[in-house]
Design a binder for this molecule. Sequence first.
Ligand SMILES: CC(C)(COP(=O)(O)OP(=O)(O)OC[C@H]1O[C@@H](n2cnc3c(N)ncnc32)[C@H](O)[C@@H]1OP(=O)(O)O)[C@@H](O)C(=O)NCCC(=O)NCCS
Length: 216
Amino acid sequence: MTGTRDVRLAAATVSSGGRAPGATATHGGTHSPTTATLELPVCDLALRRATPADLPAIMAMVRAAFGYDLEAKLVERLEGERRVAVSVVAVSDGRIVGHALLSRVELIAPGEAGRPALALAPVAVAPDLQGRGIGTLVVRTCVRLADPRLPVFVIGDPAFYGRFGFEAATAHRVTQRFDVGAGHFMVRQTGRRPAASSKAALVERTLDYPAAFDGF
Ligand SMILES: CC(C)(COP(=O)(O)OP(=O)(O)OC[C@H]1O[C@@H](n2cnc3c(N)ncnc32)[C@H](O)[C@@H]1OP(=O)(O)O)[C@@H](O)C(=O)NCCC(=O)NCCS
């Protein structure tokens, strides 16, 4: 265990004061707790909803975390397409050091109306602060602020996202258009799960990642 991980000091404040652009989700609005505190292994870290003024700093941090531009552009495009449902930043000493975003997407099936869902992407932590629990906090906070009626989908490493309750979406026979490794397309359902036979069940649907995701 590193020295920094040994330092379990402060409680981070999770504030729902600010509101990300588009946070008034058409699919049920926001379901925000007022404030909450979390134990975390770093000091002086605040979690809050992103504001429009945060966009350049978020993009710079996301670009640095990934080492290229694609995910930073994704944040910009999702904002531009007004798809952002929840955007959470972790701030340390006035600097944005973590970010996670939920966008509004649809589950589609031939001959049926699309059903609302959420997509978690991107998730990023400043390179110099990775491995200290900040990624865990921004994901947990994002998921906590999500409309609990909607399934949340993510494409990523099951070793990371599995700890938040994400499970293979393919088990529900939900597909999507990207070529990803087995088990890397995942879903997390918070509300009461509909019976597999019910019309609300996820089974045999396609997650329609919108144009903002083109190029991945
Ligand atoms: C992935 C990322 C967001 C994780 O944030 P972080 O603050 O470094 O992660 P945490 O400190 O909260 O890690 C929590 C746990 O997840 C593990 N973990 C972190 N990143 C992981 C990854 N990419 N794959 C699998 N496990 C990972 C950690 O080892 C840690 O495990 P432990 O609790 O057993 O020690 C961050 O490392 C990052 O920005 N990476 C570059 C961008 C990226 O790959 N984003 C994700 C795209 S899907």
